[in-house]
Each structure stands twice: as C-alpha cells, then as structure tokens.
Design a protein around this ligand. Structure first.
Ligand code: 4NP
Length: 155
C-alpha cells in the first residue's frame, strides 16, 4: 500500500501530513505495510526542507520532519501510489488534471478520512503560528481515519 500526500508547496501541509500519518501508522504497528510520501503541485520550493514553522509545530509533538525535501507531483505518481490525497480543492483540481486516464489510484482529499465538518486543510503559509497548530489537529484526525480505513480494507 502506498500513500502520497499532496499540497501546493510541499513545505507546510503535506510534509507535516507525512510525518503525522507515519506516526499514526507506527502507533498501529503498520509502518512496514504502508509507504508514505508527500509532494507539491507547484515547483517554487523544490529541494527545500519544510517551512521552519511546520518543523517547529511537528517537533513540539515529537515528530521530526526536518529531513524531508520538497518535490513536485508527476504523472507517474498516479500509477505508483494507491492513494493520492490533496489538502484542499485547488490541489485536487490540479491533481485530477494531471492524472493519466489509465491510472487507477484513489484520488481525493485527505480530510475525507477524518470525521470532521471541514474538508480542506487551510494553507498556513501566509498566516501565524496558530495556523500551523490548526493544521496539525486536522491532519491528526485524517491520519487516524486513514489508518483505520486501510486496516479495515486489509482485514
Ligand atoms: P503548502 O504551503 O502548500 O502547505 O506547502 C505553501 C507553501 C508555499 C506557497 C504556498 C503554500 N507558496 O506560494 O510559495
């Protein structure tokens, strides 16, 4: 099982989502059964480490995302990954425009797996630190939900 988490820049939301989802898998003992990666729709931050605010918010909760480096979404991701999940509807539109017709990855929103009123993870890039806290809480809910979803499908 392979899961790709997608945002715009791959320096705020999706690398945080990658770290949070990986920890949720470890908690469940499923870390060896699911491959996790993240990427961005845009190319401005290619090769960059996560935003320092994202790194700090993750570190506060014991998650180290400092080693991640931004990469851009590519067409072959839709054949390589089983789930390609965006953070907001703009991401999703860009993803669907790039998805090859023959690729059968599940393409959707990460928050579809959380039992929340929100369906989008807001972009925290131009806001303050509290935006990163909010993002973190949304991502935790989606990560737990996706782990449970994958476990149900496999048992
Ligand atoms: P992300 O946040 O999509 O959560 O990584 C952003 C990072 C950078 C930009 C936009 C959003 N940017 O415009 O450079």
């Amino acid at each position: 099982m392979k899961v790709l988490l997608v945002c715009l820049g791959n320096i705020c939301r999706s690398p945080t989502a990658e770290g949070v989802f990986r920890r949720a898998l470890e908690r469940a003992g499923w870390q060896d059964r699911v491959v996790v990666d993240s990427c961005g729709v845009g190319r401005w931050h290619l090769g960059n480490a996560p935003d320092p605010r994202a790194q700090a918010a993750a570190e506060q909760r014991g998650i180290d995302i400092s080693g991640l480096r931004a990469r851009q979404l590519q067409a072959q991701d839709f054949t390589e990954f089983d789930y390609v999940l965006g953070m907001d509807r703009d991401n999703l539109s860009a993803m669907l425009a790039m998805k090859p017709a023959h690729a059968n990855a599940h393409v959707g929103l990460f928050l579809d797996f959380a039992d929340l009123a929100e369906s989008e993870v807001p972009d925290p890039y131009y806001g303050g630190d509290e935006g990163f806290e909010r993002v973190f809480n949304l991502l935790e809910a989606a990560a737990e939900g996706l782990v449970a979803h994958i476990q149900r499908g496999k048992q």
